[in-house]
Design a protein around this ligand. Structure first.
Ligand code: UD1
Length: 355
């Protein structure tokens, strides 16, 4: 059996790494395709190194663009690779443009698709990722979910139950393996809040971004705020003529490698973010997380974990920070199947169901 994996953007890499390892341990033939959606060394190469991933066999080099043109480039370039390499199964990860493009190519060519991190739903179609999730799940033959709410969403959308496998969270597999090696960047204060922001809903609206930075500046009066900025966020700040480091008293950092960012989360007093993965990682680590979004596709982190949605309510953000600082934040419960072995379960399913 020949399994081809498709990755493209930063959050794919830590999900693919454990699946590649688990399938390699089964002795299966594997091919790794990088679409090139993320291409800066700090967004891609350093992750391959730290995660111990093999170099991609193919890099499609699609780069940035509008959603349509980026997706279209992946469609055209990936189709050639699939025709050349003739995999039995293509594994796609998460909810980025590379995920949906690869699934669409395979469905047209009659190649079977496995979706890792299936079933998550924010029910907000203004998020590009939500559209990517809905389409990818409809096209997939194996749907590997991280938690039972994912199974429930898929059943409600008419996906046949025999295609759905609740295997747990592969990103937590990587966290469990690499936490002992996590090392923070040097020169930071002992106590700090960690911030990440990159979603269009937060960084593409200058008025909102300004008020959000103002609120982060208020937090920085009580607790230093460390802000590793995504390239698109840096571009928006520059375009607005904002120097976040001085105007909001934030400690601005480059995008951080995996092991450094993991240590930053582990050691933070609290995290404020609009990321998907950070909601899960902070829940596993037991660190309070304030999610600057109106909704989440990961409700289990709110129901059982340390996550709270503060949306666009800056008062709620300030009050939540005060609660954390006063030591009043709910501890997380352990989430079933977030145990470091999700990829092994995926490998077992794929091995037993593909002849
Ligand atoms: C993508 C994913 C998002 C994920 C995020 C993690 C989609 C729709 N979005 O968003 O779900 O949370 O990755 O980072 O797939 N850029 C660089 N260097 C790079 C990559 C991007 O400078 O290596 C800049 C470019 O200006 C680019 C912009 O960032 O236009 C946005 O990149 P893009 O891949 O379109 O989406 P992300 O915002 O990174």
């Amino acid at each position: 059996m020949h399994i081809l994996h498709v990755v493209g953007a930063r959050p794919n890499f830590m999900k693919a790494a454990p699946v590649l390892r688990a399938l390699a341990a089964c002795g299966l033939r594997q091919t790794l395709v990088h679409t090139g959606q993320h291409y800066d060394a700090s967004m891609s190469e350093v992750f391959f190194k730290q995660l111990g991933m093999p170099q991609p066999d193919v890099n499609l080099g699609v780069g940035s663009g509008s959603h349509a043109s980026q997706t279209a480039e992946i469609l055209a370039r990936f189709e050639k690779i699939v025709l050349e390499r003739q995999p039995d199964v293509v594994v796609v990860y998460g909810d980025v443009n590379s995920t949906v493009a690869a699934a669409l190519v395979c469905s047209k060519l009659g190649i079977k698709v496995a979706h890792v991190e299936a079933g998550l739903r924010s029910r907000d179609r203004s998020m590009p990722e939500e559209v990517n999730r809905l389409v990818t799940d409809q096209l997939s033959d194996w749907l590997f979910t991280p938690s039972p709410d994912g199974d429930e969403n898929l059943r409600r959308e008419g996906i046949a139950p025999e295609k759905i496998f609740c295997v747990g969270n592969v990103m937590i597999d990587t966290l469990v393996r690499l936490l002992p090696l996590a090392v923070p960047p040097q020169g930071l204060p002992a106590r700090y809040a960690l911030v990440t922001l990159h979603r269009p809903s937060n960084v593409d609206d200058p008025a909102w971004l300004k008020s959000l930075l103002g609120a982060l500046g208020d937090v920085a009066e009580h607790l230093p705020v460390v802000f590793p900025a995504h390239p698109r966020t840096l571009q928006r700040l520059q375009a607005m003529g904002i120097d976040a480091a001085t105007s909001a008293r934030l400690i601005l950092l480059e995008p951080q490698p995996y092991l450094q960012f993991l240590a930053l989360q582990r050691d933070a007093v609290l995290v404020m973010s609009d990321s998907g993965g950070v909601q899960e990682e902070t829940t596993y680590l037991g660190v309070p997380c304030l999610t600057v979004r109106e909704n989440t596709e990961r409700p289990i982190t709110v129901n059982l974990g340390t996550n709270r949605l503060v949306g666009r309510n800056l008062q709620a953000l300030r009050e939540s920070v005060a609660e954390v600082l006063a030591g009043r934040w709910r501890a997380a419960q352990a989430i079933p199947l977030w145990d470091g072995r999700a990829a092994e379960r995926i490998a077992a399913v794929l091995q037993s169901s593909v002849v």
